[in-house]
Write a protein of this length. Structure first.
Length: 277
């Protein structure tokens, strides 16, 4: 991925199109900008969403938010406004806006705030596990993560993998012994010490309420909830759609917080249908 200097920092990004269809050329097709959630790089979108969108004739930009190396890690702190300005500056840098914007979890918050602050850069917006506020469970979980990071304690790999599965996957996925084994092995392999940048993302403000502010969003929006999401329960995602004038809500069954990875065909179908509607 190339590095772009935007909003005073370096962002690691990539734009893909279909060469056979001529959409690998700037401006040759609508641009989709995808914003990942806490602790994950933009490459996660490459597993399922990017191939489907490129095959459908879109150009797709993925990038690593500040906090995720090799983008600027910003170890001394990150705010939601930082991430919104980074994303806006990247769209302006690419000079292919207004863009179709997709965000997941923290990335959904960024997409929501971008749609509010810079509607000139957003053609349509999709919020996966979007939320205008957090309930007491998420606030307590976040504070617990902060304390764990500060303590320097490293959880046993298998226990950390099990906790990641509980928090991010649907019981339907874990009921399949082969899928459960694969996911648990993946979580165990990819676990370990948390980088300073990810810790900075985790320390972001979690005591917010944007339910009033989002009434002013004017771009077409779709909020997607995952039926078994423990991190951002679907009622919070439905609430976002209820707040934004004209917004729609869809819920993906048998899906947890990582629903875009658990149920990629359903999620991709939702994205493509919304983009052409």
């Amino acid at each position: 991925m190339p590095l772009a200097t935007v909003n005073g920092i370096s962002l690691n990004y990539q734009v893909k199109g279909d060469r056979s269809k001529g959409t690998d050329v700037k401006g040759s097709a609508p641009l989709v900008v995808m914003i990942m959630g806490t602790g994950s790089g933009g490459r996660v979108w490459e597993l399922h969403q990017v191939p489907a969108l490129v095959a459908a004739g879109y150009r797709v930009c993925t990038f690593d938010n500040r906090g995720i190396a090799p983008s600027f890690e910003s170890p001394n702190g990150i705010t939601i406004d930082d991430l919104v300005r980074d994303t806006a500056a990247l769209i302006e840098f690419l000079d292919e806006g207004p863009a179709l914007v997709v965000g997941q979890s923290m990335g959904a918050r960024v997409a929501q705030e971008l749609a509010l602050a810079r509607p000139d850069l957003v053609r349509k917006a999709v919020f996966m596990a979007g939320h205008a506020r957090l309930d007491q469970f998420q606030k307590t979980l976040s504070l617990g993560e902060h304390e764990l990071d500060a303590s320097g304690v490293q959880l046993p790999a298998k226990y950390e993998a099990a906790m990641s599965a509980i928090m991010n996957l649907s019981p339907a996925t874990m009921a399949d012994p082969h899928a459960a084994r694969d996911w648990l092995d993946l979580f165990e392999f990819t676990g370990g010490p948390v980088s300073p940048g990810v810790r900075a993302q985790r320390r972001m403000d979690h005591d917010f309420d944007r339910t009033a502010a989002y009434k002013a969003i004017t771009v077409p929006c779709l909020s997607v909830g995952f039926s078994d999401d423990r991190m951002i329960p679907p009622y919070l995602s439905r609430e976002v759609a209820d707040i934004i004038p004209g917004a729609r809500y869809q819920e993906v069954p048998d899906a947890g917080h990582f629903g875009y990875l658990e149920q990629p065909e359903a999620v991709n179908k939702i994205l493509l249908e919304f983009f052409v509607a």
